[in-house]
Every structure is written in structure tokens, then in C-alpha cells.
Ligand binder design. Structure first.
Ligand code: BTN
Length: 319
């Protein structure tokens, strides 16, 4: 009920009377008043004026399950959500939940990660209360070999979510880094559990540097935040919900063909290095080539100095 009232308050531009809320949800005035009181205690600033009703003035800058649920426009993604103050890593927590039977679409988010994980065994800085650190469980009925493309779906969703919530254009560095003005604002870590060639579950972990004010010296030239780039604090709940909305929509498109047929053009349009010279690092191999964007399988097409085309499915790209 509290969640429904919050949704209503968020949707309303002016005051909503207690009477209206009572009628809409079939509850007593006292019940409405109690829920409003509880929301205020959680940090929501709600203006109450007799004869006019209630108006939401400001949401607290904390992630809450109610706030997320009342802002979500998805059908299945994030409908079950666990919001934590602190956790070792949301990916680890999502895996624990998945092992215990969590449903497709279950979301975990935390204010703080004490052992945030990055790709290739690196760690991920997760400043408390200043980012969107989240992971969700997927149980897709797809071929195991096609599952790596989901990480590209996530990058596309973040790109669009950032645009919606912060009004800024990001760029994707293949396969799944999102950059703003050339610096990394988001990292994605996708992990899976499979038996033989049967997919058990996938965990998609997304870290977005939303409101980080300052980065440690050693990463300052490579990492940035939405706050640093726009000068404005971003509403983390809105950002999280917009990313999930885009992920769910694009996931459905991906599922139709189990490839990037329907998403390739859009993804390539957001690529930071389309048609540009890049350095590809694969294990001990390093070479300079031209990036020609992804193919239907999400592989990066590159052309070397002799004009030979290759389609690479893994590796690190430097621009
Ligand atoms: C990268 O190296 O670029 C990937 C970083 C992924 C970080 C996110 S934050 C939420 C989720 N939980 C983790 O421990 N890692 C991912």
C-alpha cells in the first residue's frame, strides 16, 4: 500500500487529497495518514496542507525497495528486489540468491560494496551512496553460446538509461564499457552458471558512477561520474529504473533471434570507436586495427593494416 501511495504521489504534479487516496485504494484515512507518516520517516519530504492534501516535494537519496518498485515500469525485471545497505558484492549476492532458487529478473542493489568485482579479476570502487551498484539474475531459455551477448544488451541499456536520467550522451567501448567524454562511467560484469552446455543462470552486474565527487588519483584520468560530467546530482533510483526498463525491452528483442539482428544498428551508433583506429589486446597479443562495429553475433569486426577483416569475440579495446 505504501508503495502504491508513493507511486500516486510521484505521478501527481499538485496536491492529492487524503480522500482521493482513500477512495482510490479502498483504505481508511487513518491508514493513508500512517503510510504518509512512514514515508516521511524514511526521508521523503511530503507537504501536507489541510483542505488540499499531500504533495511529494523530495525523495531521499537512499535506495529503497518501495521507491524502486514504485518507479519501475518493467514487467518482470526488478519486480523482486533486495536492497542492501552493505554487501561484499551484488554479483556475489545475486549468485547466492540464484543458487537458492531466485526467479528470473530478481534484482539486488546495495548502497555499498566492500569487495566490488571488476572484469579480469580486478576490483571495482563502489563509493557508499554515490553509485548504482546492482546485479540481476536471468534464467533465459537460450543457447549457452549466445549468452555472452547479454553483456552487450546491458551496455546498450546503460547508455540509454544515462541519457534518460542524466540527459547526457554516453558512448560504448566494446564490449560493455560506457564512457562519457572518453572516461569510463560504467562497468558491467556478467557471470554465468552452466552444467555441460545447459545454462543454469546468468548474473548481470552493473556499476554506474552516478554521484561520485572525486576518484583516487590513480584512476582520475580514466574514470568519471555523471555528477562530474554534468555538474548535477542524478536521481539514482530513476537511473536504475531507466536502465532496467531499457534492458527488459532490448532483452525481448534479443530473445526473438538470440542475436543482435535487431539491436546491432543502434549499438553501433553508440560505439565510441566506430570507423576509428583502436588497439586490441588479447592475452599477450596486441595489435592496431580499424573498428568496423559489431556483427549480428556481437563480435567486433576489425580490419588490420593489410586490409584483412577479423571478427573478435573477446579482448580489450583501447581507443
Ligand atoms: C568492469 O571491470 O568494468 C566491470 C565492473 C562491474 C562492477 C559491478 S558493480 C555491481 C556488480 N557487483 C560487482 O561486484 N561488480 C558489478
Amino acid at each position: 500500500m505504501k508503495e502504491k501511495i508513493l507511486r500516486e504521489l510521484k505521478a501527481g504534479e499538485s496536491y492529492i487529497s487524503g480522500q482521493e487516496l482513500c477512495q482510490k485504494f479502498g483504505v481508511s484515512r487513518t491508514a493513508v495518514w500512517k503510510h504518509i507518516k512512514a514515508l516521511k520517516e524514511e526521508g521523503y519530504v511530503i507537504d501536507s496542507v489541510s483542505n488540499k492534501g499531500y504533495k511529494l516535494v523530495r525523495c531521499p537519496d537512499v535506495l529503497t525497495a518501495e521507491d524502486i518498485k514504485s518507479s519501475l515500469s518493467t514487467t518482470w525485471l526488478g519486480r523482486t528486489v533486495k536492497v542492501m545497505k552493505t554487501v561484499d558484492s551484488t554479483n556475489l549476492e545475486a549468485k547466492r540468491l540464484a543458487e537458492a532458487g531466485a526467479l528470473h529478473g530478481t534484482l539486488v542493489t546495495a548502497e555499498e560494496q566492500t569487495s566490488g568485482k571488476g572484469r579480469r579479476g580486478r576490483s571495482w570502487i563502489s563509493v557508499p551512496g554515490q553509485g548504482v551498484w546492482m546485479s540481476f539474475v536471468l534464467r533465459p531459455d537460450i543457447e549457452l553460446e549466445n549468452s555472452s551477448m547479454l553483456t552487450l544488451v546491458a551496455a546498450l541499456a546503460v547508455e540509454k538509461g544515462i541519457k534518460d536520467a542524466a540527459g547526457i550522451d554516453g558512448r560504448i567501448k566494446w564490449p560493455n564499457d560506457v564512457l562519457v567524454n572518453g572516461k569510463k562511467v560504467c562497468g558491467i560484469l556478467t557471470e554465468l552458471s552452466a552444467q555441460m552446455d545447459e545454462l543454469n543462470y546468468i548474473v548481470v552486474g552493473i556499476g554506474i558512477n552516478a554521484n561520485i565527487g572525486q576518484f583516487p588519483e590513480e584512476v582520475r584520468d580514466k574514470a568519471t561520474s555523471l555528477l562530474a560530467e554534468t555538474g548535477e546530482t542524478v536521481d539514482r533510483t530513476r537511473l536504475l529504473c531507466q536502465v532496467l526498463k531499457h534492458f527488459e525491452q532490448d532483452y525481448e528483442l534479443f530473445k526473438k533471434t538470440e542475436d543482435f539482428s535487431e539491436l546491432m544498428e543502434e549499438y553501433n551508433g553508440f560505439l565510441a570507436h566506430f570507423g576509428q583506429e583502436i588497439k586490441v589486446v588479447r592475452g599477450k597479443d596486441e595489435y592496431i586495427c580499424r573498428s568496423e562495429g559489431i556483427n549480428r553475433r556481437g563480435e567486433l569486426r576489425v580490419v588490420d593494416s593489410l586490409g584483412r577483416t577479423q571478427e573478435i569475440f573477446s579482448g580489450e579495446v583501447s581507443i
